[in-house]
Unconditional design. Sequence first.
Length: 320
Amino acid sequence: MILCITHSQDTYTIDLVQQHLEQLGYPSFRFNSDEFGTRYRLRYRLTASGPQYQLEHGLTLIDAADITGVWYRKLWELKVPPSLDAAYVPAFIKEYNTSLHIFLDALDVPWMNRIDLDHAVSGNKLLQLTAAQAAGLAVPQTLFSNHAEDAIRFYDDHNGDVVVKLHGALSKTMDGRGNFFPTTRLRKEDVPMLESLSACPMILQEYIPKDRELRIVYVDGEFFTGSLRAPDTTDWRTASTTVIQWEPFVLPPAQEEKISRLMQLLGLPFGAIDMIVQPDGQYVFLEVNPQGEWGMLQKYLGFPIAETIAEKLVQKITHA
C-alpha cells in the first residue's frame, strides 16, 4: 500500500495520482493529515516481535508495516473538535502532532519527498538560494532582515527597484484564497513602513525585469514547464484567473542540468520551481516549493505530471 499524505480540501491532483497508482497495480490510501485528531484512531504498542503502529479510519486498518511507499503532498494543521474546551486545545495539538510524527517516522520506505528534507528546504529560502547559486543558477540579490536601517540601505543601493515578501506563505492554495501576502514592489511611500520590520522580519530582493514567469515542475529528472507572459502585477497569483494563460515552455538543456543539480543538492525528487526569463533571455531562479502546486499545468497544458509522480514512486519502491 502507498500512503498519500494530503488534507481534506485537496482535489484533482490527489485523485489523479491515486488513479494512476491503481492502474499500475498499487493500491493507495489517502491520509488527510488535518483530520488526524478527529477521524483516525491510533494504536501503537510494543509486541514480542517489535513495535506496531496502526491507524483506523472507518473500516480501514492502516498498519505501518504494510506501507511500501509514501507520496508526501501536503501536511496541514490539525482540525480541533469544536466541542473541545479551549483550555485543552494546546495539549490536543501537541499530543496529536507528536503521535502523528511517531507514525510517520516509522515509515522506513521510499518517500517523495522525505518529510525532513521537504521541511528543511521549504522552511529556509536562504538555503534554497545558496544551493541554487552553488548549482550555477542566477539568483537575485537578497536581504533577510528585521531592521529598518538594513532594509532602507538595501532599497537605496538598488535605486528603489526592490520587492518585498514573507518567508512563508499565508495561503496554502494556488489561488491565494484566505490570508495572502503576495510578492510586492516596494514604493517610495512604503519605505517609512519598514520601521515595522521588528514585528515581522521580511525578505527584500532586487526587482528582476521579466519577459516570462516560469513554473517548472521537477519529478525525479523529468521537467514540465508552464510559462506566463509577464503580467502587470508583480505576483501573478494576484491577477484574475481569466487573465492567466498558461503556455508550454521548453527549458534549455543547460537550465535543466542546473536545476537537476540543485534538486540533488537539496535531496528532493520533487519540487515546483519558480524562475523568471528576463527580456534579454537570461534566467533567474526565485525559489523551489517542495509542495508546490502543479494541477493547473496538468489541467490546461495536458502535462502528465500525476502519472509521472506515480510511476517514479513505483520505480523507487521496486528498486528499494
